[in-house]
Write a protein of this length. Sequence first.
Lengths: 208, 295
Amino acid sequence: MYAKPHKIPGVYLVGKHLATRGAVAYGERAFGEYRLWDPRRSKLAALLKKEADIPLNSEQIVLYLGAASGTTVSHLADIVSLIYAVEFAPRATRDLIFIAEKRTNIIPLFSDASRPDYGHIVELVDLLYQDIAQKKQAEIAITNAEMFLKSKGYACIFIKARSIDVTAKPKAVYRSQVKKLEEVFDILRVHELGPFYRDHAAAIARLR
Amino acid sequence: MTLIKTWFADLEVQDRAIIGSHVCPSDLSSVVARLQEEDYADFDKQYRGVFREMAIQSRFVNAEPEYVAILRAAAITRAKAQITRAFSQPDARITQLIDAIDDIDESINLLSERLAEWCGLEVEQVNQPSVVSAIAPGPSIRGPLAQELALSIGQLRELRQSIAGSIERKMHTTAPNVSNIAGELLGARLMARAGGLEALARMPSSKIQVMGASKALFKHLKYGSKPPKHGLIFQHPLVRGSLARNRGKIARAIASKIAIAARLDFYSKQTYPALMVQLERRISELQKPIRRDPL
């Protein structure tokens, strides 16, 4: 199968499918070294499918909040240099550790991102990536950015409208969250993730 | 001079230079032990930008790749220990057991239906699932395969019994008050749904009352339909066994006592039997017919 490089280094297109290069991690389909990256399983892949311009490169150190089972983490690990992956749920962390063992650049942290207790472990990062189902998503992003994100560093923050207010219109939730994020970030772009994810948006931001 | 404590060393820093350091040995067990320590204080963000340089300067490691390799190995070891601990908490075990019971119930139903189909072909009288589930493996079920299937179902039922027994014992030690008010199995189910005893203890009683009726609840919040009266709590014999017009009030009374019981269980760990007495009194009050004043 012929793989074409995507505009983001480290990402490839196999036919019309997104892929990254590395060892198979969670039972995804792969052609040789190219592991297919399903936009329905990973919001980052969905964001790439939406032609979003995401600040990713091979030198980056990433703080990943809400790593879950490590599906997206495993692909991101093929793209960037190091990931500090924070997850709070024991069951999901078990899968995350399994994936961290297969890679050399994932550091799993079993912690609550809303009360960061990893200040002595995590160094300054180039990118803050956040995908958590909490009502205080924006506040958590700000706290962590102020501790760990280098100045002018980028943030990719997923807004889950349904986790914040199920009764409000998603668009109104995005607006209110973006407004909160603007306290410390310059918001570069906001992308909605439909049809891959309903009522989700991603804010690409830069720390002031 | 600033003192900073990182995962690899205690450092005294002045004008961005290290003037004193107490470095952790770089073997796995020392680093893991150090990660577990708790007296880490926050420090200026700028120092996080030079962790690797400081680790090399203080001779914790010789080069950057080593820094990442040591931290990765230690973080994996520590995270493993942490989730093992999280999973061995009694409420985590109870959650597992409740899930197992649900799976087994589903399997028993499925297999009973299959058995009924088989028997329906062979024995005319026995073609209702309920009838088959009542029969023990015996001469009424013909054919060696059907016999074996009936036997397996019987075994699953025994397994379910012993799991339920185990839940009851565990609930008595971890959540005696909740068990007393809600019953062991319902209490365990509420705990599992809430995400542990602590989560249940922090829950408002209104949420306990409708937990398990989220579809109806969100329909209510979104479209203004009638709010649900009871969720999982419907399984409580005092709710299920009451007249429909009283169920909402009774569910509310029980939920509020469960909330109190969960807090007792989690924070004080003392049994408080008076709670059940209060609940019973309240319920008998609710069940009295409403006396209308004579005209």
